[in-house]
Design a protein around this ligand. Structure first.
Ligand code: 6PG
Length: 247
């Protein structure tokens, strides 16, 4: 369950507050262990956050040379495809900030899904810090949420939800008629913190279900919470519209 749920008037206010959250997390991580390992979300919601972080008044406060970027998931399309999360994050943020290119870990979606997932797992193992049980520990996972409660490419009822060994896996999403590659729950579980972003009236029901119903605990967005980390939900007013209702 989140320790913090904040509602902002509109998308720009949400994006600026989320940008400040990320900057604070990055500065704390660098102060603590010299790097900031950050898992990005794809989809549409975080785009404005990324563009905000690329604005000079925000970008100047990010320790970009110590930032290491991972992708929570990726569509199995070329990196320059309009549906690519990699392309979206490059266009909105990464191409506009002084992050060393080799700090951005991209799923190699030119390969078959299973190969891309296996390569990504090896890259995550080589790049992310490890805990005492040799499990990767990232500093922050940024999570979006779909109307069905999915996050990254952890869709309800798909086999990837049961993956407890691999750090990344391929998943065929029937409803999308498409392959995806995604980090798995073990990575999300061992993160130090998570920030969930949701905006728009289409998310009001899933936000209510996830945060105000018993069944909500089974949704992937709740299943992907860090086991021992802080969870924050940042919403705009329309996505949080039902939270005032009696649970
Ligand atoms: C993706 C994301 C996915 C996304 C949700 C919400 O690759 O699409 O990782 O999990 O966060 O589908 O998407 P929107 O922000 O576009 O509503």
């Amino acid at each position: 369950m989140p320790q913090e749920v904040r509602i902002f008037d509109d998308a720009p206010a949400l994006a600026e507050a989320a940008a400040r959250f990320v900057i604070d997390a990055a500065q704390a991580a660098v102060a603590q262990h010299g790097r900031f390992h950050w898992v990005l979300s794809g989809g549409g919601t975080p785009r404005e956050l990324y563009a905000t972080l690329a604005r000079p008044e925000f970008s100047k406060d990010m320790p970009w040379t110590q930032v290491y970027i991972y992708f929570g998931d990726e569509r199995c399309v070329p990196p320059d495809h309009e549906d690519s999360n990699y392309r979206m994050t490059q266009d909105a943020m990464l191409r506009h900030v002084p992050i060393p290119p080799d700090h951005v870990l991209r799923f190699r979606t030119e390969a078959e899904p299973a190969v891309a997932a296996r390569e990504y797992e090896e890259a995550v193992r080589a790049s992310a810090p490890r805990d005492a049980d040799n499990r990767p520990v990232v500093d922050l996972t940024l999570l979006g949420v779909g109307k069905d409660g999915h996050t990254a490419s952890l869709f309800p009822g798909t086999p990837i939800m049961n993956e407890q060994q691999r750090l990344a896996a391929e998943v065929y999403v029937d409803k999308l008629q498409a392959w995806r590659v995604s980090l798995t729950l073990p990575v999300f579980h061992h993160a130090r913190a998570a920030l969930v972003l949701a905006a728009g009236e289409s998310k009001a029901d899933v936000v209510y279900e996830a945060l105000h119903t018993e069944a909500g605990a089974e949704l992937p967005i709740r299943q992907a919470e860090p086991r021992n980390g802080e969870v924050s939900w940042y919403l705009d007013r329309t996505a949080g519209a039902r939270l005032g209702e009696e649970g």
